[in-house]
Write a protein that binds this ligand. Structure first.
Ligand SMILES: Nc1ncnc2c1ncn2[C@@H]1O[C@H](COP(=O)(O)OP(=O)(O)OP(=O)(O)O)[C@@H](O)[C@H]1O
Ligand SMILES: [Mg+2]
Length: 230
């Protein structure tokens, strides 16, 4: 089964919607559109009556409503419904869900609370903004990150994990562990900033891995033509 991403033009790069129930990484530099793309994905789910969860460690509910209100795809309306749950990990709700592990920094409590929430609420779409969240709450061992991502892969939800790529010269664990990786690019050109999208991998789907131009319109990110082709 495929789920609609809510991003116009993306489906032609992956032969349809996103394969459902899988874990995807959305990577890119600052301002490249990671949060925009992810909120479009959740609003699309909410519109279809699915239960959606946005977990943020960057922004409060008020901040994200304000930022995403610059678009007209209806994030502000969706978040007022019970279909889209927003959790800021530093809020009191967030603290209940993400109580930092004790001094042993055992990640299993955190994993169980999050996957328990997803299962109990039949959450179909999840966005985690961002991997800095993992680094903050999990002790910095590979096995904790692998356990966390493996648990997310086992839920029935289709999940987007936003990854900052702090080291652009190296791929991160989550990019190998995930079922798919979507890259957003910023290119500084004579004509100004050009932005692009590239589907780097998508297990089980024939994909076009070329870079396509994207534009930020009132209805969010729209995929345009192949970069360099006029
Ligand atoms: N209505 C709009 N039309 C055009 N561009 C917009 C509109 N609203 C916001 N933008 C731009 O979209 C850009 C992408 O923002 P977004 O928050 O999705 O990026 P990000 O990759 O999540 O960034 P960060 O790494 O800082 O979290 C912003 O820099 C903003 O200027
Ligand atoms: Mg962001």
């Amino acid at each position: 089964m495929r789920v609609s991403s809510g991003v116009s033009g993306l489906h032609s790069l992956i032969g349809g919607g996103l394969p459902a129930g899988r874990l995807y990484v959305v990577s890119g530099p600052p301002g490249s559109g990671k949060t925009t793309l992810s909120t479009q994905f959740l609003v699309e789910g909410a519109r279809q009556g699915e239960s959606c969860l946005f977990v943020s460690m960057h922004e409060s509910r008020a901040d994200i409503i304000e930022d995403m209100s610059a678009y007209e795809f209806g994030f502000d309306r969706a978040i007022e419904t019970d279909r889209l749950t927003f959790v800021d990990v530093f809020s009191s709700d967030g603290k209940r869900l993400f109580r930092p592990p004790g001094k042993h920094r055992d990640s299993s409590g955190l994993i169980n609370r999050l996957t328990g929430f997803i299962d109990a609420n039949d959450v179909e779409r999840v966005v985690l903004d961002s991997t800095m969240l993992l680094k903050h709450f999990l002790s910095d061992t590979d096995s904790n990150t692998i356990q966390f991502l493996t648990a997310l892969k086992r839920t029935d939800a289709t999940t987007l994990l936003i990854s900052e790529m702090t080291d652009p010269s190296a791929y991160a664990d989550e990019q190998y562990l995930s079922h798919g990786v979507i890259f957003l690019h910023n290119f500084l050109e004579d004509s100004g900033m050009q932005r692009g999208i590239q589907v780097l991998k998508m297990r089980g789907a024939a994909i076009d891995t070329d870079i396509y131009e994207i534009s930020f319109e009132a209805d969010g990110i729209t995929v345009g033509t192949k970069r360099g082709v006029r």
